[in-house]
Design a protein around this ligand. Sequence first.
Ligand SMILES: CC(C)(COP(=O)(O)OP(=O)(O)OC[C@H]1O[C@@H](n2cnc3c(N)ncnc32)[C@H](O)[C@@H]1OP(=O)(O)O)[C@@H](O)C(=O)NCCC(=O)NCCS
Length: 257
Amino acid sequence: MDRWTVSDGTDTVTLSGDPERWLVELDVSNPTTPGDPSDELGTNDDRARRLLEAATQAVAIQGGGRLEYWIERVHQRSDDIPTQAGFVPYRDLLRLRRELPALITDLVVRPFTEPDAEAFLECNNRAFDWHPEQGEMTSEDLATKQAEPWYDPEGFLLLEEVDAEGEPVITGFCWTKVHADEKPALGEIYAIAVDPAHHGRGLGRELTLAGLSHLADRGLRHAILYVESDNRPALKMYQGLGFECEFTSRAYQRIVR
Ligand SMILES: CC(C)(COP(=O)(O)OP(=O)(O)OC[C@H]1O[C@@H](n2cnc3c(N)ncnc32)[C@H](O)[C@@H]1OP(=O)(O)O)[C@@H](O)C(=O)NCCC(=O)NCCS
């Protein structure tokens, strides 16, 4: 992964990734509050737009590629600057939240162990074959996540069932994460999936409850998760479990030939 910055001495734009996905991050010094009608706002908006344009030019000079820019917690005017800079909104990620504890489930799950890696990856990649980040996970990607400070196999819950031949098979999982540094501390349903061959059996709902139960047992009182705005099966499931939308983050992209 490459990383470079463009700066005019006051404001900075950072690009990281590769031509398939240059992630753009702006650092506008002393930004005003979004929606503030003061003169300053126009100045900061102009500066943000110029940074996006500078990032686009930098990618063009490097031979082209796709730029991706995220705004966390969008509001009514969030689209203004990126669209003026030629970026197009293309992905909304909702953050949902509910209080803990939730209902208890009878579903029997167990923590991940290293010999489960291959079966987990197969299940994950079948369930998330459409997903830009969670799909096509390799054993190296898994190892990278396991090396993160928050990783805890006790919160990485697998559902193991027996197939028609009597062989054990991973049919779903609920991977949780604890944000101990947040105030109050937050539990997250980090990734949950059911093998597509087993959808519609009620397993997704029970796996989510198993994850929530694990987080509540850790003393956490709030659970969050991130879900694509167009993931209707997951949204229906989460709404049925009492999750509510807290905010939306939006991705914008610009393709430079
Ligand atoms: C989301 C997912 C886990 C649901 O698993 P599942 O075992 O099929 O879901 P369940 O059978 O437990 O159903 C739970 C609820 O969701 C609803 N639901 C499930 N699939 C649905 C679909 N395709 N369309 C509409 N609603 C659906 C069910 O109607 C049910 O609601 P109800 O309790 O009111 O009847 C599964 O579709 C999946 O693995 N998807 C891919 C991975 C993914 O998107 N994970 C979530 C990322 S945030």
